[in-house]
Design a protein around this ligand. Structure first.
Ligand code: CS2
Length: 469
């Protein structure tokens, strides 16, 4: 049957004016920030122009649908469908001139980022790693004026220079990547590039750009062909860009919006003064468990989060890691009760166990060296500082090491160094791999030996079949 295509002739309605520019048009942006904006009471005033990262594909597909897409909310009991209309322009990220034009436009008030944890290129000192090859290339391009920057942060700095040149006013940059103090991370990355290119631009950014920190949450697996077919069957139109997500969504924000913002609170977003407790709860309990399941689960032969969680050995490792993490979680003003950790853990078990969401461990396993720095290292350090072993957090790192040694290809910003370290053996190997995650820990012989002893934990035991299969 020839179904009509989803576009604004099928769903007529005025497009909101562009006041938000987004970098990193992917499934998560659509299931999260685009959905919150769509649900805001003042959505009619807040349109998003979203730019892709490395490839133009997502922008091309979405542009053919006037930016519209279907959000499939996948609950245990069934799917529900909603057309999201907040993206009003979808652009190839390589179109840096359009980015500069939109960031320079006076009505642009907010820039949101989902550019991946690895894209910020900060060194162990928390400042921009000016020696990273992508940073070197972008700085050379910016200095010579001979071409467009290629990294998301390089592009953002270029566009902020255009706003300054146009006499544009203050705005907010809202980081939505899974990093601790992500507003500060974005701030340091942007300031580092700007200062190396043009110190007067760096000064303008200090005075005019507010870096907002956020904790973002919504499990969003990759869309499959079966999802496209499900949308056609239920909605009666063709949509090449639907996105599937769990019903749960959470967004905690902290910072100023000098030029205004959508009323994201209408869709449940929360604005707080101190974001750190919420960030740590999410990064350690949710993302930490995800990484642990990603490595342990794949070593045990599982493919999805739900499958891995159904394996008692993986589940036990997660619970032990949560116990360690919980010991260091303190709530706002030191009141841990406000974080409702026990309810949060229960809810996570249900979210991870939602077998209708095929959340692939391979997707989560990527960029391990960066992710473990936020997900395992702080818990391990806190446990050791308290005089305990930190064995559960150490096990996550050991599982990553085993996983990198057994996988044919590793997607990681430090993939070459990971491969080189894996050519060593014994303590040398563990120490070299640990240095890539956290140089300080690799200098602690007790931590190195603990991790070395834990290597092989998930390989020594026979793989088990998840319950119910
Ligand atoms: C996951 C996250 O891929 C990963 O590293 O841990 O994308 C996770 O699904 C989201 O943060 C959930 O909000």
């Amino acid at each position: 049957m020839d179904l009509p295509r989803l576009d604004r002739t099928l769903r007529p309605g005025a497009k909101a004016p562009i006041r938000i520019v987004h970098l990193g048009l992917g499934a998560f942006h659509r299931s999260h920030q685009a959905w919150y904006t769509h649900r805001a009471d003042n959505a009619a005033d807040w349109g998003i122009a979203a730019f892709t990262g490395r490839r133009p594909d997502a922008a091309l597909a979405l542009a053919e649908q006037d930016g519209l897409f279907t959000l499939v909310e996948r609950a245990d009991g069934g799917d529900s469908f909603e057309v999201v209309g907040s993206i009003v322009e979808a652009v190839d990220g390589a179109n840096v001139q359009r980015l500069a034009e939109l960031v320079a436009a006076p009505q642009t008030a907010v820039i949101t980022l989902t550019v991946t944890e690895a894209a910020y290129r900060l060194g162990p000192d928390g400042q921009l790693d000016r020696g990273a090859s992508a940073v070197v290339t972008d700085l050379a391009l910016l200095a010579s004026g001979s071409g467009n920057p290629t990294t998301p942060l390089g592009r953002l700095v270029f566009a902020l220079a255009a706003r300054r040149a146009a006499g544009g006013g203050p705005l907010a940059v809202v980081c939505c990547d899974n990093l601790a103090s992500n507003g500060t991370v974005a701030h340091h990355a942007v300031a580092g590039i700007a200062a190396a290119w043009d110190p007067s631009l760096a000064a303008w950014i200090e005075d005019n750009v507010s870096f907002v920190s956020t904790s973002v949450d919504r499990i969003t697996p990759r869309t499959t062909d079966a999802d496209l077919a499900a949308v056609e069957a239920s909605c009666g139109y063709r949509d090449t860009s639907p996105v599937v997500a769990e019903p749960f969504a959470n967004w905690v924000l902290s910072g100023d919006f000098p030029a205004g913002r959508p009323r994201w609170e209408d869709a449940g977003a929360v604005f707080v003064a101190d974001i750190e407790p919420y960030e740590n709860r999410k990064l350690w309990l949710l993302n930490g468990a995800h990484s642990l399941l990603a490595y342990a689960g794949q070593l045990r032969g599982h493919a999805t989060v739900a499958e891995a969680l159904a394996d008692p050995l993986c589940r036990q490792a997660v619970e032990r890691f949560w116990d360690e993490a919980e010991a260091s979680l303190s709530g706002p003003e030191g009141n841990a009760a406000d974080l409702q950790i026990s309810a949060y853990r229960q809810a996570l078990l249900a979210r991870f166990g939602n077998a209708r969401i095929a959340h692939h461990l391979a997707q989560i396993a990527m960029d391990g060296s960066t992710k473990l720095r936020m997900r395992a290292v702080p818990v391990l350090q806190a446990e050791r500082a308290a005089g305990r072993s930190g064995a559960a957090a150490a096990l996550m790192i050991a599982a990553w090491m085993d996983f990198t040694a057994t996988s044919a290809t590793i997607q990681d910003p430090l993939a070459d160094q990971v491969a080189a370290a894996n050519r060593l053996s014994g303590t040398d190997r563990v120490c070299s791999l640990l240095r890539l995650v956290d140089p300080a820990l690799s200098g602690d012989p007790a931590a190195v030996h603990l991790i070395e002893d834990l290597c092989g934990t998930f390989r020594k035991l026979p793989a088990c079949t998840p319950a119910g299969q």
